[in-house]
Ligand binder design. Sequence first.
Ligand code: FES
Length: 109
Amino acid sequence: MTRVRGTGDLRMLDGVERGRRVQILVDGEAVEAYEGECLAAALLASGRRATRWTTRTGEPRGYFCGMGICHDCLVRVEGHGNVRACMTAVSGGLRVERQRDMVERRIDA
Ligand code: FES
């Protein structure tokens, strides 16, 4: 039976092989992650459900489709904005910022 760690880390423990344990920096805070896991999983496991906030309304967005289609999981990685967290593999020392200041492209009819 699969079990979930109870204190903060939401990852499944049994039956999962992981890469090396590493630290990444999320909004300036050290977060434990595993090399090769997807960044969205690392953020969720650390309790960070929102990856960005919309410019117009300030509503939070986060992991939704998990396959690179919806673009709701956009983050800034190593200073580059609009990176899909669900399509990005974790590596040690990765610097990640959840997006609060990206201007959404306005589509006028
Ligand atoms: S969750 Fe949809 S693109 Fe990442």
